[in-house]
Design a protein around this ligand. Structure first.
Ligand SMILES: Cc1cc2nc3c(=O)[nH]c(=O)nc-3n(C[C@H](O)[C@H](O)[C@H](O)COP(=O)(O)O)c2cc1C
Length: 299
């Protein structure tokens, strides 16, 4: 039974990837995820200059939903690049962000020295050029960033999409046309939670990103719609915590998946999901994981 994945110029021993950011900048936790069965890990999003992020509290979890507003804290590309050199042969995708195309390119060039197998462009952060809108809502800016990053590296480039726009398909198409090797869907859903006792928002930034179980149907819908329109591979992410969810994402059209919130509490989630997938494939007499990809579009 073949659960390995080969797409966009990368080879993975299985479809499970640790999503960006949930273990922060911890090298040890990224290595732990790999040892627990993830085929590769995505780093915390890194910018060319260090960023402090927001004050605590930055993360809230009530057992069902999670909201975070970390504020993209990171040590900057130079320091991150030195940290990542100690990855102990764990395959990793470097996630980068910036406020314009120059900053994306600069971060990619520095992080390339640490030997990532690819790059993930986090396009869901505020920028200055568009007067306070987000990069991930601006098709022209997405094209420009992808084109320039593609010129700056020979590694595959994945574009991580924001669900907080009605233009997700148009954004993905502009990334594809500009040469992106794949897309990652989705980042967190803009959300808020208030403590009924105190009246205060649960994260210091007040507004944050919703992740975990609650966003799975949104992410699944995005992957399904993207699969109908794109010719490049889709990595699905959002609310995956069980093997059934991975099967659902594959059927919607995901070539591989990322796991975030579920790994935050239980790094062993990768091992459990892998054994569930293998048992499912054995019961269904599936020789290859590939047979599941896009299945719901064919029935
Ligand atoms: C604490 C936390 C930090 C995150 N940091 C990042 C980040 O730096 N870059 C990014 O692209 N996504 C980040 N994400 C989003 C996740 O990578 C993922 O897209 C999202 O949480 C949905 O997946 P999940 O429901 O499995 O967590 C973060 C999520 C959480 C919960």
């Amino acid at each position: 039974m073949d659960i390995s994945r080969e797409f966009s110029g990368i080879r993975l021993k299985n479809p499970l990837i640790l999503a960006s950011g949930v273990v922060g900048n911890s090298l040890q936790k990224m290595i732990d995820a790999y040892r627990a069965g993830a085929s590769c890990v995505v780093t915390k999003s890194t910018s060319i200059k260090p960023r402090k992020g927001y004050p605590k509290p930055t993360f809230y979890f009530d057992g069902v939903i999670a909201i975070n507003a970390v504020g993209l804290s990171n040590p900057g590309a130079e320091k991150m690049q030195r940290i990542l050199k100690n990855m102990e042969n764990v395959p990793f995708i470097a996630s980068v962000f910036g406020k314009n195309e120059e900053e994306y390119v600069a971060a990619v060039k520095v992080l390339d020295r640490a030997g990532p197998i690819g790059f993930e462009l986090n396009l869901s952060c505020p920028h200055v050029k568009g007067y306070g809108t987000e990069i991930g809502h601006d098709t022209q800016l997405v094209s420009l960033i992808v084109e320039q990053v593609k010129e700056a590296t020979r590694k595959p480039v994945f574009v991580k999409l924001s669900p907080n726009t009605e233009k997700i398909i148009a954004i993905a198409k502009s990334a594809e046309d500009a040469g992106a090797d794949g897309v990652v869907a989705i980042n967190t859903v803009k959300a808020m939670m208030i403590d009924a006792e105190t009246g205060r928002a649960v994260v210091s930034n007040r507004i944050g990103g919703l992740s975990g179980e609650a966003i799975r149907p949104i992410a699944l819908r995005c992957v399904y719609e993207l699969y109908e329109e794109l010719n490049i591979p889709i990595i699905g992410v959002g609310g995956i915590s069980k093997w059934e969810h991975v099967v659902q994402f594959a059927m919607a059209g995901a070539t591989a998946v990322e796991i975030g919130t579920a790994a935050y509490y239980k790094i062993d989630v990768f091992r459990e999901i892998l054994s569930g997938i293998k048992e499912y494939m054995w019961k269904k007499s599936l020789a290859s994981f590939e047979e599941l990809v896009g299945l719901s579009h064919r029935i």
